[in-house]
Design a protein around this ligand. Structure first.
Ligand code: SF4
Length: 681
């Protein structure tokens, strides 16, 4: 195994490591910062501040450059040999004593398709399907709902065609801050040209403030709003009769289901004026083309799957799918969260969303891989951490930070100590502090591979320097783990060889190649023999040849936490300057200068009731935890609701969030937590 050392950055055309937009990014020797190249998404080379500052993290003070092992309660440096000996010994003992299903793997939505593909293959060779990625915490419910109704859980349209919409219906998403290049270069341009926008969100955030209609829903009450809109459309016969007759299934049952919906009652339940709901329904029904967007405000609930079903129902009712400027468009979070699931880092599906429970699929993988993958779906990420020390005895966490990102973090901090924990990362993250073995990996600019962005395009990332000190390439680490734990042939020459194997087992990637991508992109689904990938899904027929999409009968389910009279509802989200758990953005000086601390956004009425003024410090607490934070009083948030981001270790917002899980997608309810707020002494 090569020992590497970092050197000067060699500018090459790569892709931003932060969000799922997937902007082309390279290094500018002149500025010493990131600079955009005319990538396939940022066609004018535009970047947001995160992309510009994307190289600063590479030499962060706590970059891990040597393996570490835990001795007498402390992490001490070790050789690679010692670190892998420790893993091999402990994981093998666990497999011998408890069986392979006692091991769990958290793959990385921040790392390449090739690395995630190989890690899931090794996990399955060891004998477990307990491999998951952080989509479980952000859009698992979106993927589940879209899979059930549309046969595939990915953005139906492309950033290039969305501008053809007459109306954007944005539900629980804030692309102006969270997907800034898509918003500014595609949606913003359309808005300036006359496209209207409805934003359904508890906050008048940067997206909602530009909307023609803001539906300021109470967190957790999206289904009453969306069902009431559907009710108005059906009652007034504004639906697309031809589309409903030809391409949907179960309309009569849906109509009957809506018969019980009372628009006025639903409006009151959701904290929205009835007229606002009626107005929104008419706008959706009367627009020629409606592109809908769904974000974590919809998905991160204990009924997140049903939330997205309610939106898809509206889309089907109005025939807004399968053509430019329409569709259901989840804007994905991490740079490769789409790819991690595409390549099989999932407890229930193999590469290409092929079910582990299908014997024919398993037989095909046996032929390709030389072993049959396990048949029983594994545990999801939150289930696996809940089971630590019990059903799960060993965990391999690859470049994820569950100590910050999982809900009810008091619980996860204990659970991480209950299993033998291997952390493979480049920083001493809050999760790495609990590691029994720490493997120093590589940063985005130190590796080759591919990422799959939010609108299904695969783009290449290119190595611009070597990892520092004794850190290894992530792919090398995973290969060595495979050698130690299995008899698989993991002697790939490079990332491209791994990619070629991936395309041979994943029909949706079958026609894609490194040469084909070049300095542009290729989009899935791209079957073998096709000339190009498919841009707009569900044209003529639904994905996979499905003729009709069913309506889903969903009704309101109350959120998990009861809210007492003196309590407020806390919801969480992102801001422009930071990303995910902050593992990268909090190690970026420029971004910390722009926004170094979190605040609690609070409505003036709620603040006045508690004698709180802008800039005061408050204690936010509930039965799960307590944090102290500075208050930002603003009318931009719905009365009764407060907002914090999830980017900071202190205040750690997830010490307050609950771990109620959606029964289908097992996504936690991050977006609704009852809290009390009081001024600090
Ligand atoms: Fe990077 Fe996303 Fe910003 Fe583009 S929009 S520069 S991909 S963080």
């Amino acid at each position: 195994m090569a020992t590497t050392s970092s050197g000067e950055l060699e500018a090459k055309k790569s892709i931003c490591p932060f969000c799922g937009v997937g902007c082309g990014l390279t290094y500018s020797e002149d500025s010493g910062q990131g600079t955009g190249w005319e990538g396939s998404v940022n066609t004018r080379g535009e970047l947001c501040p995160k992309g510009v500052a994307g190289f600063e993290m590479l030499d962060a003070d706590d970059r891990i450059t040597q393996p570490m092992v835990r001795e007498n309660g402390h992490l001490v440096t070790a050789s690679w040999e010692e670190a892998f000996d420790r893993i091999e010994e402990n994981f093998s003992e666990i497999v011998e004593e408890y069986g392979p299903k006692a091991l769990g793997f958290f793959a990385s939505s921040n790392c390449t398709n090739e690395e995630n593909y190989l890690l899931q293959k090794i996990a399955r060779k060891i004998g477990t399907n307990t491999i998951d990625n952080c989509a479980r915490l952000c859009h698992a419910s979106t993927v589940a709902a879209m899979g059930q109704q549309l046969n595939v859980g990915a953005m139906t349209n492309t950033t290039d065609d969305l501008g053809e919409a007459d109306l954007f219906l944005v539900c629980g998403a804030n692309p102006a801050e969270q997907h800034p290049v898509i918003f500014n270069s595609y949606l913003g341009a359309a808005l300036r040209d006359g496209t209207d926008m409805i934003a359904v969100d508890p906050r008048e955030n940067q997206t909602a403030s530009q909307a023609d209609l803001h539906v300021g829903v109470t967190p957790g009450y999206d289904i009453p709003v969306l069902n009431a809109m559907a009710k108005v459309i059906v009652d007034e016969e504004l639906h697309d009769e031809e589309f409903v007759a030809e391409r949907t299934d179960g309309f009569e049952a849906f109509k009957e289901h809506l018969a019980d919906v009372d628009v006025a009652e639903n409006a009151e339940l959701a904290g929205v004026a009835e007229e606002t709901i009626r107005d929104a329904a008419h706008r959706v029904a009367e627009a020629d083309k409606v592109a809908s967007f769904t974000g974590m405000g919809m998905s991160q609930h204990r009924y997140g799957t049903d939330n997205v079903h309610a939106l898809i129902n509206l889309v089907l009712l109005t025939g807004n799918i399968g053509k430019p400027g329409t569709g259901v468009n989840p804007l994905r979070g991490q740079n490769n969260v789409q790819g991690a699931a595409d390549v099989g880092a999932s407890p229930s599906s193999l590469p290409g969303y092929q079910s582990v429970e299908d014997p024919e699929v398993r037989a095909e993988f046996e032929e390709a891989w030389g072993f049959e993958p396990p048949a029983e779906p594994g545990l999801t990420e939150v289930e696996a951490s809940h089971a630590a020390g019990d059903e799960i005895q060993g965990l391999y966490v690859f470049a994820e930070n569950p100590a910050i990102t999982e809900p009810n973090s008091g619980r996860i901090h204990e659970e991480l100590q209950d299993a033998f924990l291997v952390v493979h990362d480049m920083f001493m993250t809050e999760t790495a502090e609990y590691a029994d073995v720490l493997l120093p990996g590589s940063a985005w600019a130190e590796k080759d591979g591919t990422y799959t962005n939010t609108d299904r395009r695969l783009q290449r990332v290119r190595q611009m320097r070597s990892p520092p000190g004794d850190a290894w390439l992530d792919l090398e680490i995973i290969q060595e783990f495979g050698r130690r734990m299995t008899d698989l042939d993991v002697e790939y020459d490079d990332a491209e060889s791994v990619f070629d194997e991936l395309t041979s087992v994943s029909p949706i990637y079958a026609g894609i190649s490194y040469d084909g991508i070049g300095e542009s992109y290729q989009r899935w689904p791209f079957p073998e023999g096709a000339e190009s990938g498919t841009d707009i899904l569900h044209e003529g027929e639904f994905f996979g040849g499905q003729k009709e999409a069913p309506f889903a009968l969903v009704g309101h389910i109350p959120p998990g936490d009861d809210v007492e009279e003196d309590e407020l509802v806390m919801t969480t989200g992102r801001v422009l300057q930071h990303f995910n758990s902050g593992a990268m953005s909090r190690r970026t000086e420029t971004l910390m200068r722009m926004r170094g601390e979190d605040t609690l956004e609070m409505h003036p009425e709620d603040a006045a009731e508690r004698d709180i003024e802008d800039g005061d410090w408050v204690v936010v607490e509930n039965e799960r935890g307590s944090v102290e934070v500075e208050v930002a009083v603003t009318p931009a948030i719905t009365e009764g609701t407060v907002f914090m981001t999830f980017h900071y270790a202190d205040p750690l917002v997830n010490s307050l969030t609950g771990d109620y899980l959606d029964p289908v997608a097992k996504i936690p309810e991050f977006k609704h937590s009852a809290v009390s707020v009081a001024k600090t002494e």
